[in-house]
Design a protein around this ligand. Sequence first.
Ligand code: 5AD
Length: 468
Amino acid sequence: MSTQPLSSKIKDPHANNGGVNAMKPDDVDGKKVFIETYGCQMNLADSELMGGILAEEGFTAADSMEESDVILINTCAVRESAEDRVFGRLSHLLQHKHENPELVLGVTGCMAENLREKIVEKAPYVDLVVGPDAYRRLPELVADAMEENADPVIDVKLDQDEVYEGFSPKREDGVGAWVSVQRGCDKFCTFCIVPFTRGRERGVPPEEVVRQCKDIAERGFKKVTLLGQTVNSYEYEDTDFADLLEMIVPIDGIERIRFTSPYPIDFTDKLIDTIARHDEVCNYLHLPMQSASNEVLERMRRQYTVEEYVDLVERMRERIDGLALSTDIIVGFPGETDEQFQQTKDLMEELRFDFAYMFKYSERSKTYAEREMEDDVPESVKKERLTSIIEMQEDISREICESRIGTTQEVLVEGPSKRDDSELSGRTDDFKTTVFPRPADDSIEAGDFVDVDITDCTSHTLLGELSG
Ligand code: 5AD
């Protein structure tokens, strides 16, 4: 969960005032908005987008919930646990409404899209429900919600063409920035709610992506992370994802380019070559495997076999020097047997991912799996399977980190380490967090590249000292 303040430097050339009352800028000028974000990086990027859109109409950033006129909770629906957290949070926020009856409390993002009825029923004090394709109307909708007392203001219409071209998301200064290059998803994995909450896949025009990358480079960001649900299936007219990378590589100031999340079989040889050829493109890829049983993959409708996945990993490791890989795994998908689970565990052990995000299957409404399959793996078994792969993966991650001890790594410094202000933290080219003591003369700052001699590690962090 994180928060974004607003900015005041965006343009909205496509304002669409149809449907609700026109904006009343006088009413909203200076009104303070607080945005709290749950879920994926796409959601964090969307919060920045909302911040930019609202700032253009005169809203300002609230430093805290207490001083805000508007609180927006930008939500995630991918698993039930994310949803539960948001409902918990909303009931907590009711207290702010008691203290300030004028406060507008809004729910945006994937849960808004998917659960509008449930939100209205379980949290009737919510004033505003806005889905991921309705953010350009957010200023009007908030203004409307400020006026109305009875029913919540709702806009959850999906819009197949909406890519928010021309807006400038509010980005806090830093070392890395996100740029959304694709919205929606067309894959329809049977477990996944995203196509229902974010609509169909569409690419952001390449010139818009380049404009945003140039903007962030001018502001001093060193790293860009390109975002899309299946980012490497990006397409815009004749431009594919490899072409898009080629357009970003030459931008002055952008020294590292990363992207997430790719879809395994949409890695073309051309794309692998492009990644291998450019130092700017990070040697770290997230490659969601989900399962290593062909039967389960088929029921998940993942469109690849275990053999194809393994072949891809091998080709990538051959061609991209020093490649680090992470993955997503779901345990306890409907019908997953002990043996099928064991296949997943065995392949994880064999492929040795640097890192893995591991989940228990969670039934999501509207998905094919929810409609057609029984959620038949008992919770206790799901838990057991999850614990067992987490423990194994921890060991693998630690061993991979240990293998770096004694090497020197180039680190892009991000700032003070979370735990200790006397230390700095940054990332290697293959995405490993690296922590080292801050030099006494304070000569190093965020955005610098430094060489760090690695002397120790934990399972996820390299520890070291400045080289030389
Ligand atoms: N249950 C559990 N995990 C899920 N994911 C997506 N949908 C579900 C679900 N219904 C996981 C997948 C995906 C990641 C973002 O979240 O592993 O890659």
